[in-house]
Design a protein around this ligand. Structure first.
Ligand code: ADP
Length: 359
């Protein structure tokens, strides 16, 4: 096992910079998820760690060793791809043992390692099959088996679950997490799916436009997003954003919304009277009350376990999430409130969070 250290790692394609200087320390045994929308540069970063893309600037270390110029096969990593990348003409057992064969390991040693991995992944009865005789989920399990057999210092996962249907994805993400808890191998996992990131990661790296936006434990990102991008990306249903101005005239600190309605802000923030702000409100922090903000209910989505409804509040569509069943109907006016401590306040110009203490 090993740590992975990125120091000012950049990637340019000609004049086009796809990754700004990325600094990241991944501890030995940690499960880190790189997450962001399509095109943000997460696969490029992973492929640079793997040695499949050249590094334009900066340094990548695996353990103590700088690997910028080390061939992929000599980096002591194993990668699991979205496309599985299995050899179609080889049986499952040969696919899993192939890297050990290349390393000229003995037949019995290979067999022992393949059987061990097959047992961990529930593949014992499939060892004689060809990849085309397997389901998508089984193929992905074989791809993971092939990685485990190599006993690498680092696992690299590139959107491994994206080809699976929704139910299988939920199952496999729990399986990968359980596997990591057993093996404790340092893992870097790329996905565009924030739920995968939240459920699997020790730490999440949120990326956007080739730059790291924030690094932190899942609930730290959820509770204290550093900027509007992270706030909107992490959490489902997503955070609501309302443009507002600060009012301090009455001695209280309030946000004045576009229609003049007022919302109490958390105390202690470095705000100025009349300053433009963006208020972030998580759907689950909004409550129905008798005397809060007036909003018109547009759509109600009863999900059984919970109810989601959409209202127009100060000219914006706002999502509200309530556990259980909510007594609301489309077309009616409701009153809503939120505990000031649950509000997020951002600078609309920079997008950054406005905090009482530095982030
Ligand atoms: P992600 O994995 O987050 O979807 P990628 O890492 O695949 O994003 O791509 C990041 C950016 O780099 C994208 O804008 C993409 O168009 C660009 N890119 C990727 N590969 C190449 C290439 N070979 N030449 C030029 N641009 C590329």
């Amino acid at each position: 096992m090993a740590s992975v250290t990125l120091a000012k790692v950049r990637k340019d394609y000609g004049n086009f910079r796809v990754l700004e200087a990325v600094d990241l320390d991944i501890a030995d045994g940690e499960f880190v998820v790189l997450v962001g929308p399509s095109g943000c540069g997460k696969s490029t970063l992973l492929r640079m760690i793997a040695g499949l893309e050249e590094v334009s600037g900066g340094e990548i270390r695996i353990g103590e060793r700088v690997v910028n110029d080390v061939a992929p096969k000599d980096r002591d990593i194993a990668m699991v791809f979205q496309s599985y990348a299995l050899y179609p003409h080889m049986k499952v057992s040969s696919n899993m043992g192939f890297s050990l064969m290349l390393r000229k390991a003995g037949k019995s040693a290979i067999e022992a390692r393949v059987n061990g991995a097959a047992e961990r992944l529930g593949l014992q009865t499939l060892l004689e099959r060809l990849p085309r005789q397997l389901s998508g989920g089984q193929r992905q399990r074989v791809a993971m088996g092939r990685a485990i057999v190599r006993d690498p210092a680092v696992f690299l996962f590139d959107e491994p679950l994206s080809n699976l249907d929704a139910k299988l994805r939920v199952h496999m993400r729990a399986e990968i997490k359980a596997l990591h808890q057993q093996l404790k191998t340092t893992s870097v996992y790329v996905t565009h799916d924030q739920i995968e990131a939240m459920t699997m990661a020790d730490r999440i790296v949120v990326m956007h436009d080739g730059a790291v936006q924030q690094v932190g434990a899942p609930l730290d990102l959820y509770d204290r997003p550093a900027n509007i991008f992270v706030a909107g990306f992490i959490g489902s249903p997503g955070m609501n954003f309302l443009p507002a101005t600060v009012s301090m005239s009455t001695g209280k600190v309030e946000a004045v919304l576009a229609d003049g309605q007022k919302l109490a802000l958390p105390a202690g923030l470095p705000l100025e009277n009349d300053a433009a702000i963006t208020v972030g409100l998580r759907p689950e922090h909004i409550r129905l009350t008798d005397n809060g903000l007036k909003a018109l209910v547009e759509v109600v989505e009863p999900l059984g376990l919970s109810t989601q409804f959409y209202v127009t509040l100060a000219g914006q569509q706002v999502c509200v999430f309530a556990m259980g069943r909510a007594d609301v109907k489309s077309g009616e006016t409701v009153r809503l409130s939120a505990d000031p401590a649950s509000l997020h306040v951002f600078d609309p110009a920079s997008g950054r969070r406005i905090s009482a203490s530095p982030n």
